[in-house]
Design a protein around this ligand. Structure first.
Ligand code: AKG
Length: 280
């Protein structure tokens, strides 16, 4: 049985955290993001949902900024760091980097410590909102070198009642990427679902607001319906080794932001990530 007690930045031992990540495919760090930062990110999420940024993906709406419906107007908001300076500043937040420095290349032979940010995304389950189907992030963002690292920042407490993440322990180990297919399951959003594995030992990862789950791109995970009366917002960020050739739709996806170390592909230039949003 995996022990999911969270680590703390102030008392963690680097080698223990790295070993835990390699063994379990995830690591929970409790209360990493301060209350002030959580408020800042949530306010920015409301502003983005209001249509404050002219990015052609979100229709402006005249709901006031403190309207509780605003935060969960869109279930998914992709690449907010492309237009929000507030979100941009979190992708290389020193506290996130303290952990990322240890784990992004923990499963990559000869990793040189360099990593880049690949994407950002808000995921907000409104009251009664559907969960997300089983999947591995690696199936959507192909690094293939086992460096893909998802960062899930809880912007409210996340529990089995309001739709926290669930994971399948050990599922990162085989390196198998399970096929995803369309489904018509109730209570689960319209993203394709991965199939072909045993999910009977799945466990929930309950988190307090400001806690952060770091997890391998190969780890199978999902979330369930939000049965509470409150929104369950989260900011997710993905990273991989800078040396990863990233065939995400193109030869070597260049909508990346170097975070640490040398970018060996700098001469290929950079592109702006394309913002997107999805209602449900
Ligand atoms: O936040 C959720 O409910 C699901 C998020 C997720 O599965 C992901 O970011 O890969």
């Amino acid at each position: 049985m995996v022990d999911i007690t969270g680590f703390h930045l102030s008392s963690m031992i680097n080698s223990e955290l790295t070993e835990y990540y390699i063994k379990n495919g995830f690591v929970l760090v409790d209360k990493l993001i301060s209350k002030r930062s959580q408020d800042e990110i949530r306010t920015e999420l409301a502003k983005i949902n209001q249509g404050h940024y002219d990015n052609s993906t979100i229709e402006p709406i005249d709901w006031p900024i403190n309207d509780q419906r605003l935060i969960s107007r869109y279930m998914y908001i992709g690449q907010p760091h492309a237009y929000s300076q507030i979100i941009r500043q979190y992708i290389d937040h020193p506290k996130l980097c303290r952990i990322l420095d240890l784990i992004v290349g923990a499963n990559v032979p000869f990793w040189n410590g360099a990593y880049k940010c690949v994407q950002t995304m808000f995921v907000t389950k409104k009251p009664d909102g559907n969960g997300s189907p089983w999947h591995q992030d690696e199936s959507a963002i192909p690094t293939r070198d086992r460096s893909l690292t998802g960062v899930w920042i809880a912007l409210s407490d996340a529990s089995t009642t309001n739709g926290c993440l669930w994971i399948i322990p050990d599922s990162h180990k085989s390196g198998v990427i399970y096929k995803r297919e369309a489904h018509n399951l109730p209570d689960v959003d319209s993203m394709p679902i991965a199939r072909g594995f045993d999910d009977s030992n799945a466990i929930p990862i309950e988190m307090t607001a400001g806690s952060v789950l770091f997890f391998s791109g190969y780890l199978l995970h999902n979330s369930r319906k939000n049965y509470s009366k409150q929104n369950r917002p989260a900011l997710t960020i993905h990273y991989c080794s800078s040396n990863t050739m990233l065939p995400w739709g193109v030869n070597n996806y260049r909508g990346v932001t170097p975070i640490k170390g040398e970018d060996p592909y700098q001469s290929e230039g950079y592109t702006d990530p394309i913002p997107w949003a999805k209602l449900e």
